[in-house]
Design a protein. Structure first.
Length: 391
């Protein structure tokens, strides 16, 4: 008996398609449409008063719901647009021209994160050390640890690798980084909402993520966590009036807020924050351990179904080391995914990885059988060829 299926009717798209693309864009909760209507109503009726009635503080109040999900204290998470912006903001806290100017990360890091570090490093003459992967699925933790030394300033890593869903051993990496005086920036985009974890227990220095995927919060609601005892240590150069101690004094020069407001920039993206909260509320209501247990069961089932057909799996087989998705590497994977979409089965494809299948708490076991049967049928009938040359 899967009692999480009682949440299905809260997600309209589940009635129209087989939705297994939650590692990319989580399904929209029906309540989100209501929240967006409330946003419009508030603007229409409260006008300028809305700022002091809640809008201005939303980057922190919305962040509190995420803090609860990520085992972090209230007030330690602030909302931004996306991970790329948050990574730049973090980098702007540091001087990359100093003697300690090495940045260490895994080769399987999310490309946008790499672009940010690459471009800042190039301009400042800092050094990037990219730790390679042997199998394209995971990174050897010992290699990561070996690469971090007294010259290392920052270690910006993914908690769960987007290509393979491999979980990194964050605690071991943090331990080494702190031992040599480096700091860890954890990208939790592919873990938050599917994996239970505590940022406080992991002792990471910074964390960032967004709401598009497992959080079911939609675009425009990225977030930044700063370890509470470090807050006043930094003064980000990427800043703005929302980070000022007294924003509405419109003072001539910057005086940073003493708390996490100091990691804000300018006017918050209010509609995105209204849209994001319903997904978080559902996750907080259900609790991540239940979601994780179901995810491990369903991703293991997908692996069994793929194994029975002799398909190659590009994800860890050990459920303890695997996040919420399973990557299946098939010839013509991109064309198969396009044919699946024509059949209202939504999954995605990443070059060099394969077809990504990401069930969430509202998916049925039948849907796993359906996607695998349909892939079988597409391969057997050759119907993927219709899409082989498009795009
Ligand atoms: C691990 C990871 N980091 C970051 C991102 C997205 O970054 P941004 O919020 O800048 O679009 C993704 C999603 O595509 C991701 O999987």
């Amino acid at each position: 008996m899967d009692d999480l299926l009682s949440y299905r009717d809260q997600f309209p798209i589940l009635g129209q398609s087989v939705y297994l693309i939650n590692h990319s864009l989580g399904a929209m909760p029906a309540r989100t449409a209501e929240r967006l209507r409330e946003y419009g109503e508030t603007w229409a009726t409260r006008g300028i008063r809305a700022w002091e009635e809640g809008w201005w503080e939303m980057p922190v109040t919305t962040g509190n719901k995420l803090a609860q999900l990520m085992g972090a204290p209230r007030g330690s998470v602030v909302m931004h647009q996306n991970v790329s912006v948050c990574q730049s903001l973090i980098l702007s806290c540091f001087d990359l021209r100093g003697r300690r100017n090495r940045i260490v990360y895994e080769s399987l890091n999310f490309p946008s994160v790499k672009y940010v570090y690459e471009q800042h490093a190039q301009r400042a003459g800092a050094e990037i050390v990219e730790v390679p992967s042997d199998d394209g699925i995971s990174i050897d933790t010992d290699r990561m640890i070996e690469a971090i030394d007294e010259r290392t300033l920052l270690v910006p890593i993914s908690h769960v690798i987007f290509r393979s869903a491999a979980i990194q051993d964050v605690a071991a990496i943090v331990e080494k980084a702190h031992r040599v005086g480096a700091m860890v920036v954890l990208d939790v985009y592919q873990s938050v909402g599917t994996l239970p974890f505590s940022l406080t227990d992991l002792q990471v220095d910074f964390a960032t993520g967004g709401s598009v995927k497992w959080l079911c919060g939609g675009p425009g609601a990225g977030f930044l966590y700063v370890r509470p005892d470090l807050v006043e240590q930094f003064s980000p150069a990427a800043t703005g009036w929302a980070a000022h101690r007294h924003p509405f004094a419109f003072a001539e020069t910057m005086d940073y807020a003493p708390d996490h407001h100091r990691y804000l920039t300018g006017t918050p993206a209010v509609p995105a924050l209204y849209a994001a909260e319903s997904g978080y509320d559902l996750l907080n209501e259900i609790g991540l351990p239940r979601i994780r247990a179901k995810s491990q069961r369903q991703t293991s089932r997908l692996i069994d179904l793929a194994d029975a057909r002799g398909w190659r799996i590009n994800s860890p087989r050990d459920p303890q080391r695997r996040g919420g998705s399973v990557i299946i590497d098939l010839p013509e994977g991109a064309a198969i995914v396009r044919e699946l979409a024509h059949r209202n089965i939504l999954v995605d494809y990443r070059p060099g990885a394969g077809i990504r299948l990401g069930p969430h708490y509202y998916n049925t076991d039948d849907e796993l059988e359906i996607v695998v049967d349909e892939i079988d049928q597409i391969i057997a009938s050759g119907s993927w060829q219709v899409h082989a040359t498009s795009h």
